[in-house]
Design a protein around this ligand. Structure first.
Ligand code: ADP
Length: 580
């Protein structure tokens, strides 16, 4: 029970937990061995003092020498073990954690990535794990080992002489109390620092992404000034946070050291009143020098641990986000998509309410409606990028929430507005549609998607690298690559988000031609922006405010005097398009 909580608190893997226990165990042993060294010193001094005071002959040198050698050997061996159990093993832990997180990311609902900032996720995977690496290797084992060994030594001291023990140890709980009291403050400061750092990296990312617009509108100075302000703010927040924890750590260290003074005072009093002899005070003073050492180290470590708690929480949060699981068997009868009383909310706010409709196999079903009415959300839900809050979505009679998303998606092609292209050749970018497709298949798909004409103009044809995210291609060309991918994949269900960005007439015609080849015989759900597509659809679902306002064939809906007709008229006025 405690183990589980501990593991969760510090975002440890099972192996990491075992390693930490091992590290703590060896730290206890090391601390006890060091204390044993103090014992040897005490015995030796005792012997000398005896000779000095009573004039009796010096005890044999054999015993101290052999004890010292034993101490050195033990000390070396235990330190070595401690080193292995703490530093050595942690590198595995870092690797395991990153792999575990990557595996987790793979199985998260895809929609999660839309919700969380990518810069933030990268920061968790790299930055937070890095910060935790230090905590795992340098902090946890040492700190908990120090707790345990100090408790053992404290009990021994109390048994030896409780008055001196209290004089020597009172500072420890006070110092820790002070640190833990300041924990909330430190955690808040750390959270603020992290947010400020994220604002800086977001700012830089934004500036890089929009560099063209910024230059075109002569806003460099404005942008830089905003960025500088963010950087200054980050620095200020970080300094303030570090100052805050620094004050507490140093105060705690000073308080703990006051124990030396109280021990001397108490010891002197006790010696004067004849209750103890000098050697006992000497023993306590020897022990004191060692008992504070692991804590002095840990005070700084605790501060680090408190600060890193934010990182641990972020890693744990990722681990605990429910994954989208499901059966790896998917045997639908046909590919009709049926929404049954679907409710959906991204966060608290409901964006779809009681949505029911059917998109039939072999037909084009168009989703239309004002912006923000929930069209894209419907398309995302249909592919289980998110799970519905209420109701069901069936594909060929199978509830898609029971199917492993990876398996489900083999039956889907998606052509969305933001086509993602990789810095590779045209050929490889299209081949992504179907792993292992031959060059001939890729080229056939590219031809059907009307890519041939622009590919032949590229310097190395299909083997031309297209630059990062297809920087060398126009919007229409990128779309055609995405269509070629979908053609190659030839999945029975097609989700399509038409471009709102206006393509030039030639490009648009080519894209339309390519699309019409792609649509044949599929279950097509299209987020329609163009009247041409709407006209050609078999069925139209009009969404408004997250609900189905109207549905039917285009001519049906035109004959009604509803939202659809109103939208068509607005478009006719603005673009001159006519409905058949
Ligand atoms: P449409 O495609 O019709 O323009 P959307 O489905 O994109 O509409 O959006 C429907 C509603 O859901 C809007 O109010 C939008 O603000 C909200 N929304 C869309 N995506 C997200 C998201 N990832 N997180 C939170 N809210 C979202």
């Amino acid at each position: 029970m405690f183990s589980k909580k501990f593991q969760r608190k510090y975002a440890l893997t099972d192996q990491g937990l075992r390693n930490t226990k091992k590290g703590a165990f060896w730290t206890v042993i090391v601390n006890l061995v060091v204390m044993g060294g103090m014992g040897i010193l005490y015995l030796l001094t005792g012997g000398f003092m005896n000779t000095l005071i009573t004039g009796s002959p010096l005890p044999s040198a054999m015993l101290p020498i052999s004890l010292t050698i034993l101490f050195l050997v033990l000390s070396f061996l235990t330190h070595l073990q401690q080193y292995r159990a703490t530093y050595g093993l942690v590198y595995n832990e870092v690797r395991e954690t990153r792999l575990g997180m990557a595996e987790r990311l793979r199985r998260l609902p895809l929609g999660y990535f839309g919700k969380r900032d990518v810069a933030d996720l990268t920061e968790t995977l790299m930055g937070d794990v890095n910060r935790m690496e230090h905590v795992w290797s340098h902090v946890l084992g040492y700190l908990y080992g120090a707790y345990i060994s100090t408790a053992i030594i404290a009990v021994c001291l109390l048994v030896y002489d409780w008055r001196l023990a209290i004089a020597c140890l009172w500072g420890v709980p006070v110092a820790f109390g002070l640190l833990f009291g300041s924990r909330k403050m430190a955690a808040r400061a750390s959270e603020r620092t992290k947010k400020a750092a994220l604002r800086v990296s977001d700012g830089i990312q934004e500036a890089l992404e929009n560099v063209r617009e910024i230059r075109a509108t002569n806003q460099e100075d404005l942008y830089l000034e905003r960025l500088y302000r963010k950087i200054d703010e980050h620095e200020r927040i970080m300094t303030r946070g570090e100052l805050g924890t620094g004050v507490f750590v140093n105060a705690a260290s000073v308080i703990m050291r006051l124990g030396v003074a109280t021990t001397i005072l108490t010891g002197a009093g006790l010696i004067l009143s004849g209750q103890i002899d000098f050697m006992l005070l000497f023993l306590f003073l020897l022990v004191i020098t060692r008992i504070y050492a692991p804590f002095d180290q840990s005070l700084a470590l605790i501060a680090e641990m408190i600060i890193s708690q934010v990182s641990a929480d972020r890693i744990t949060e990722l681990y605990e986000t429910p994954t989208a699981a499901g059966s790896s068997r998917f045997a639908p009868e046909g590919h009709d998509i049926v929404f049954e009383h679907v409710d959906f909310a991204y966060d608290e706010k409901e964006v779809l309410h009681d949505v029911s409709f059917t998109a039939k196999e072999g037909e084009v079903t168009a989703l239309v409606g004002p912006s923000g009415s929930g069209k894209s959300t419907c398309a995302r839900l249909a592919a289980r990028l998110w799970d519905v809050t209420k109701g069901r979505i069936l594909v060929g009679g199978v509830d898609i929430s029971t199917v492993d998303p990876e398996v489900l998606l083999t039956d889907y092609s998606m052509v969305f507005q933001d086509v993602v292209l990789f810095d590779d050749t045209v050929m490889e970018n299209i081949r992504l549609g179907k792993r292992g497709a031959t060059d001939a298949e890729v080229i056939a798909a590219a031809q059907a998607a009307n890519c041939e004409e622009f590919v032949s103009r590229l310097p190395q044809g299909y083997d031309t690298p297209i630059g990062e995210n297809g920087a060398r291609l126009s919007g229409g060309e990128r779309q055609r690559i995405s269509i070629a991918r979908a053609l190659l994949k030839d999945a029975p269900i097609l989700l399509l988000d038409e471009a709102t960005a206006s393509l030039d007439v030639e490009n648009e015609t080519k894209v339309q031609e390519a699309l019409s080849r792609l649509l044949r015989g599929k279950t097509v759900l299209v987020i329609a922006h163009r009247m041409r597509t709407v006209e050609a659809a078999d069925k139209i679902i009009v969404l408004s405010g997250g609900q189905v306002a109207e549905e039917g064939s285009p001519s049906d809906l035109m004959s009604r005097n509803g939202l659809f007709r109103h939208m068509v008229e607005l478009q006719k006025q603005s673009s001159g398009w006519r409905l058949r």
